[in-house]
Design a protein around this ligand. Sequence first.
Ligand code: PLP
Length: 621
Amino acid sequence: SSIYGLDRWGHGLLSVTPEGEIALSDPLHKDTPRISLPGIVRDLEARGVHSPLVLRVTAFLEAEIKRINEGFRASIARTGYRGSYRGVFPIKVNQQAQVVDRIVEFGRPYAYGLEAGSKPELVIALAHRLPEEALIVCNGVKDAEFIRLAILSRKLGFNTVIVLESAKELDTVIEVVRELGEEPLLGVRVKLTHRIGGNWAESSGDRSSFGMNTDQLMQVVDRLKDEGLLHCLKLQHSHLGSQVPDVNDVRRAVGEACRYFIELTREGAALTHLDLGGGLGVDYTGEKIASENSVNYTVEEYCTNIVETVGYALDEAGVAHPTLVTESGRAVVATSSMLIFNVLEATHYDAPSAEEPQPDDHHLIADLAAVKTYLTPERLQECLNDSTFYRDELRALFRRGYITLRQMARAERIYLELMARIKALAPQIETTPEIDAQLEKLADIYHCNFSLFQSLPDVWAIDQLHPIIPLQDLNVEPDRRVVLSDITCDSDGKIDRFILADGISPSLPVHSLPEDRPYYLGVFFVGAYQETLGDLHNLFGDTNVATIELRADGGFDLLHEQEGDTIAEVMSYVEYDPKDCIAAFRKMVDGATSEKKLDASERKALMAAYRDSIEGYTYYE
Ligand code: PLP
């Protein structure tokens, strides 16, 4: 199992049992026995919760909330920082009620709040009773209704901060303030010029679409002064980005944010909170390097760098230390969910075969078959070249009508047999990159029961890497290399980059598919953005979701089960009324029955098949 690099990316949450099964460990209670993940899946299957399945583990979520809050607390205590930390969870990163509810629950001891980037998210935030000191930070474009709700919510005790995204937004705020006669809690979004590396570089620097530049800031400050509202400006928001790979970028950007904080204070703003937005990265690959899917720092280091940079800069300027706010989403939720699916079937690009050329076959088939007579480790490259050349020539002959389908099938089987022999010999030699590349093309395709577009949209859209590993048989040497193909009819629906111990690989080592039981694969750390951004390509809907709590005795409790979309549900999303569809289908069935094309029992079976499909899961059952 060491080839997968699990020790590196498993974050102490995942390990392998002597039986070769992936196990989950409770990060908060080290004495709790670990629990077999395939065991959980079997148990859930028995209860009718089938794969594909998103499994959420509450302990993983609680541990991350604790880590970030206690990380800031510890840094504050260690450095003598004279302010506190009040984090907020950005709802957009995972809006599912089961997730947000638990974040509020686990965050309660830390007065952890919520960030809303839209009116619907504010409505969700306000449905939670938050601790007295917790914040609700409102970002995004806001209309009068949004602003009215934010201001009035303060009457219920919410600390709802309206972060001004533009000078124009202030006009609306002023109108609503006049209308209500109530004072708002205001923030201002400052655009930092320091550009941060990684996949989300566009969200930082001069050309980012959010926040105000120096000129716009001055306009806002002057306008607030004129309106007698400058004392309401409490929070400076300077979003660092997302998945920031290099901790020194954090330091530099925070340093720049502090300059604005100091200057705005000098302009008379009564700033009390410095909000540094998102950016705390997740080490998906476990490499601990500054790259798109890894980071060169820990949560603790991130906290320390922020606390130290702010403390130092403000001390130098003689400005009081503000309450620190961050809006980490990814780092809070990514590890808490995993996607689990079964493999449906395999396409092989090598296969043992006893096929021999026949007397009336084209001579190229005999030439192809003859390659095995000189196949040795030393001549492996030559044999690869020859076999591929003969196979391609034969395909050209088939296309022109010179050989039959049966003869071509024979040639393909001989070719697959040669590939199987070549693959078996490869470990005996030091292969060249050319041979490696050719052998990678021989990886099997494992067809899997999930939709990349619904469940792993960032893998498709931005080449996000998530750890992927078989859940079972890890005590047996894998005997196949595969790429994964999803259940959509889209050639983009495949995964061909995998995190392994020795780097990123175009294929995943797995086992031949067992005949008597399902073979499960797990994709880890999918809790951030994936559930939210997923789409209905080919009308594959939401998967089943199970939220589990790890028990002290090594068992688990199923806290919540969210059934995946039925076909009727996805039909309604695209504005079909399932009842109308049943009626239309019935009409056709009745027509065919009247014309005696169907008898009564066939009619019944056909209607039942249509209805059962409509009521069922969108995935392979
Ligand atoms: N806050 C704001 C304003 C954002 O735009 C984002 C996402 O880009 C976040 C917070 C969350 O960032 P992350 O998930 O990297 O912590």
